[in-house]
Design a protein around this ligand. Structure first.
Ligand code: PEP
Ligand code: MN
Length: 444
């Protein structure tokens, strides 16, 4: 089993790629990446695929979350831990309140490249290439910083390796032990009602654990969690260089992350991203926006999952709160009628972005909730399973999305706006979302 070479892929047409000024430097970076060890093992990708198969059968719920765009500067112990911590807290709330296994996937350790609506950015009459993520160029608005530099792809590898190393240490080394369920909430309790609500859940779990221990049960699941990495497979040079033939199966896997997805802007059926991902054996996602027709979805499934294998394909819908109730039913109905095995996941972020009067890109917490509610309503009326949630969030107390229990206002956005791309839910908003979704799940 082989995969097409990079030149063949580019010849198909590839949207959203950097224009590198120096092709020899690109070759050098790609050659370097090809020599580096895998970041994840193919067998781990298979395990995640099995878990997503359970999602597609309605037996589990996928929680996928992290930054819109990771940055190299953001690879610090605190930052990585805080992101993991909020995801663990959300997963506990979802698992406990809804009694459903939660498949935990970070949008991290590789989420460094961004599609942009415009190639160029103009500020005060100066026009420069748009920032395409730390994988491509620098965020600073200077001509030097905005030149695409392929050496950054090697930096993506190193930053992802450092992030994954810490995550693996946390999830197997005691931090994710369920007996830490209270510890994840420290420095949080007194300040917020949602923190106190979490505290109540944590106490119930602790009582249950004590009981289990008293009767002599202490399964390994209490002490460690499975946690997987994911990112948008965008820059072909990186994803291609990280695609390797698995020694067990002789099949190609993209070993830059456990799961990779195709974005809304790069899902053209005959072009490079769909072609590359059709060859790898990882579980994959495709973002589907409001212009997606049922035929588009069927054609994508035929190209990306011709054997109709459960767990292989996740459709991540991102319609917007105002469009999901009208737009989603047709898609789900036709895909289901064809007997296709897919996991349906709701991204309630990307259809709900707007620019505040202050100029900040933001999202309303209520719109996010409304889209998730619409997602659950549609699936309930069709008898299909609302399989998961794909969210942009951070474990820090940023001010990027408005609303939520703290009632962040547009005037607050400047207080702590740190995202270099899309606005993320902060820690309080993320946990509030988890409690609301747990209620929806309980009724599903
Ligand atoms: C993203 O996930 O950050 C993104 C760009 O999403 P989409 O492809 O759905 O627009
Ligand atoms: Mn985004």
């Amino acid at each position: 089993m082989s995969i097409p070479d990079l030149a063949t892929l580019h010849a198909l047409g590839a949207a959203q790629q950097p224009t590198y000024p120096d092709s020899e430097a690109v070759d050098a970076a790609v050659s370097k990446l090809r020599t580096l060890p895998p970041l994840v093992f193919a067998g781990e990708c298979d395990e995640l695929k099995d878990k997503i198969a359970a999602v597609s059968r309605g037996e589990a719920f996928l929680l996928q979350g992290g930054d819109c765009a990771e940055t190299f500067a953001g690879v610090t112990a605190d930052n990585v831990r805080n992101k993991l911590r909020v995801l663990l807290q959300m997963a506990v709330v979802l698992t406990y309140a809804a009694s459903v296994p939660v498949v935990k996937v970070g949008r991290l350790a590789g989420q460094y490249a961004k599609p942009r609506s415009s190639d160029m950015e103009t500020r005060d009459g100066v026009t420069l290439p748009a920032y395409r993520g730390d994988a491509v160029n620098g965020f600073d608005f200077t001509p030097e910083s905005r030149v695409p530099d392929p050496q950054r792809l090697v930096d993506v590898y190193n930053s992802s390796a450092a992030t994954l190393n810490l995550i693996r240490a946390f999830v197997t080394g005691g931090y994710a032990d369920l007996r830490q369920v209270h510890t994840w909430n420290t420095d949080f309790v007194k300040e917020s009602p949602v923190g106190q609500r979490y505290e109540a859940v944590a106490s119930e779990i602790e009582r249950a654990l004590t009981f289990m221990q008293a009767i002599g049960a202490d399964p390994v699941e209490f002490h460690r969690v499975d946690f997987h990495s994911s990112h948008e497979a965008l820059v072909l040079e990186y994803e291609h260089a990280m695609t390797r033939i698995d020694s067990r199966t002789q099949m190609p896997y993209d070993v830059s992350g456990h799961m990779v997805w195709i974005g809304e802007r790069t899902r053209q059926l005959d072009q490079a991203h769909v072609e590359l991902l059709s060859h790898i054996r990882n579980p994959i996602g495709v973002k589907l926006g409001p212009t997606t027709t049922p035929d588009d979805a069927l054609a994508l499934a035929a190209r990306l999952n011709p054997l109709n294998e459960a767990g292989r394909l996740t459709f991540i819908t991102r319609f917007g709160a105002g469009r999901i109730r009208d737009g989603l039913p047709d898609l789900v109905e036709k895909v289901t009628a064809e007997g296709l095995q897919v996991a349906w996941v709701c991204d309630p972020m990307h259809g709900n972005t707007f620019e505040a009067s202050s100029g900040y890109k933001t999202r309303r917490f209520d719109d996010v909730i409304d889209e998730v509610q619409g997602f659950f309503d549609v699936h309930r009326s069709l008898g299909t399973w609302p399989g998961g949630l794909h969210v942009e969030l951070t474990g820090d107390d940023v001010t990027e999305c408005v609303g939520g229990g703290e009632d962040l206002l547009e005037v607050d956005l400047g207080n702590r706006y740190e995202s270099v791309c899309d606005p993320r839910l902060n820690r309080v908003q993320s946990l509030e979302l988890a409690f609301l979704v747990a209620e929806m799940l309980r009724k599903a």
